[in-house]
Design a protein around this ligand. Structure first.
Ligand code: SGN
Ligand code: CA
Length: 523
């Protein structure tokens, strides 16, 4: 299809401004808005300087927020990769799109945002981490990493088959995105480009050029790094502690490879990601790590000293991968700017979920606690959008699909469960009657990291969580008084009324979203 479908109602072109751009290339013709949706893996707000300036500088990611909006209350519906991606593509909670955990199949024949956009005349492209097992559907162009993908010399799957690329994954995904924009897309149609990075997924391998960074920095230890999980039974039973050598592996996760040391995951590292390095990359890698490895084994650390050493190494490795991400985001933004595309393109930047950077002593995600339930969300907007700065309303990743449809002027099907964010972007004033609570449901148990199944409700101030399956426990938090969720108030004196209200709200949401696993509370 090379003409726009009549379904498009051209709500927000902003394209007239383009005519005056006096660059070498002709300005883009008037058309509906393009969408560039950038999503990283496991990138959390604590590691993005427009949200938190303690740990890293991310000037290019921050540029997106500066030229648009920063959402301060953006959350996911199910804090794990593949389910989160399915929520994005369908605008529905996990129980409706069927992708409840990383293992269940994703039915690509169901209604998706790329299908609806394609039917409306958009060109659709998907590049990077896909993770939905089934083959991408309704993309005009796709190049995806198999499964989690690799940091170095990664393989990609395309409709033409599998191919290996030389180099570092973040550079390659960015090159592919820019190449598609420059060489392959048709200039006759609007487009949606999904650019999904692999960083900053475990085991946090930096680009060799960034290995020296952050080595002199001592990262601030979270105040609850030594949490003892009192009053929180599911938190006591997880397996994602930095201090635990079972959970955070010295070789695979922290690269402390040694001929005499065998760990749970050392083989996975030695024959996996480490084996993928080519001789030049391996030489740079070893030159960097050997002195650190020698010093580490010579020091023979134990107890808290070892835990804090692991925390510092984890933070450094993660931060280095974010440096590469930020530089590559800068490269993409520069391309869009140099090609006069910013006035008719909306840019999303988000992650598939948040992550723990030592809070509660953890890495990984999954829990409905703030660090992993929340996700960064910033959007760069053409000047025709009036909203700038912070949006503090409660938004969720099921809102992304309807937002894209609204941006394209495509009718939002009734069965989509998310809300379009467009009213939050179009005007300076926030809309009245926006949702006051969010629903969450996590299913992947039993599984790695041993986070129990749970569902819950969050309001601006409170959070109520029910852990179920082989456990039956409730947690209640007052986020105003206890933002780091250390004090479970469930069942404590003085909280009966608010607990009752939240249980009713939880039940209302489960009925509204039609979740078959739900509370039946007599009202
Ligand atoms: C892998 C990781 C886990 C991680 C899951 C899910 N282990 O299994 O630590 O929780 O992915 O991550 S690893 O040793 O193989 O790295 S997700 O973001 O894809 O959902
Ligand atoms: Ca993830």
């Amino acid at each position: 299809m090379n003409t726009f479908s009549l379904k498009l109602i051209y709500p927000l072109t902003g394209a007239a401004l383009l005519a005056s751009c006096g660059k070498n290339k002709p300005a883009e013709p008037a058309r509906p808005l393009n969408i560039v949706y950038i999503m990283t893996d496991d990138h959390t707000r604590q590691m993005m300087s427009c949200y938190d300036d303690r740990h890293v500088e991310t000037p290019n990611l921050d540029r997106i927020a500066e030229k648009g909006v920063r959402f301060t209350n953006a959350y996911v519906a199910n804090s794990i990769s593949a389910p989160s991606r399915a929520c994005l593509l369908t605008g529905k909670h996990s129980h409706k799109n069927g992708k409840i955990d990383n293992r269940s199949p994703f039915d690509g024949s169901q209604q998706t945002v790329q299908q609806l956009l394609k039917e409306a005349g958009y060109q659709t492209a998907m590049i990077g981490k896909w993770h939905l097992d089934s083959q991408p559907t309704n993309f005009d162009h796709w190049e995806i990493l198999p499964g989690q993908g690799s940091y170095y010399n990664p393989d990609f799957i395309t409709p033409e088959g599998r191919k290996q690329y030389e180099g570092y994954v973040t550079n390659i995904i960015t090159d592919m995105g820019i190449n598609w924009l420059e060489e392959e897309r048709s200039r006759e149609q609007p487009f949606v480009l999904f650019l999904h990075h692999k960083v900053a997924h475990r085991n946090w391998m930096a680009d060799t050029t960034h290995l020296p960074l952050y080595e002199d920095k001592t990262f601030e230890l979270p105040a609850n790094f030594y949490d003892n999980y009192e009053g929180r039974i599911a938190a006591q039973q997880q397996e994602m502690r930095i201090a635990s050598d079972h959970d955070m592996d010295l070789v695979n996760d922290l690269k402390m490879i040694h001929p005499d040391v065998e760990t749970r995951l050392s083989d996975a590292y030695i024959h996996g990601e480490y084996a993928r390095l080519d001789p030049e990359q391996k030489a740079a890698w070893d030159a960097h790590y050997h002195p650190i490895i020698d010093a580490f084994y010579a020091a023979d650390l134990t107890g808290d000293e070892l835990a804090e050493w692991k925390y510092q190494r984890y933070m450094r490795d993660y931060a280095k991968t974010i440096q590469s991400l930020d530089e590559n985001i800068g490269r993409l933004l520069d391309y869009l700017e140099a090609n006069d595309m910013l006035e008719n393109t909306v840019i999303f930047y988000t992650s598939d979920q948040g992550f723990y950077m030592g809070e509660h002593g953890w890495f990984d995600k999954r829990f409905m606690y703030e660090e992993s339930f929340s996700t960064p969300l910033v959007m760069q907007l053409p000047s025709s959008f009036k909203k700038r700065g912070d949006v503090d309303l409660l938004v969720q990743n099921i809102d992304f699909a309807p937002t894209m449809l609204a941006l394209a002027g495509v009718e939002i099907p009734e069965d989509i469960q998310g809300e379009s964010l467009l009213p939050l972007l179009r005007d300076k004033k926030a809309p009245k009657n926006w949702r006051k609570s969010l629903y969450y449901h996590y299913y992947e148990y039993p599984a790695e990291h041993a986070v129990k199944r749970h569902y819950g409700v969050k309001t601006e101030r409170y959070k109520l969580i029910h852990f179920y399956n082989d456990i039956d426990t409730w947690e209640l938090y007052d986020l105003h008084n206890d933002p780091t969720e250390m004090n479970n108030l469930y069942g404590k004196e003085g909280y009966r009324e608010i607990t009752g209200e939240l249980r009713q709200e939880l039940q209302r949401l489960q009925q509204y979203y039609d979740d078959p696993i739900r509370e039946e509370i007599p009202i």
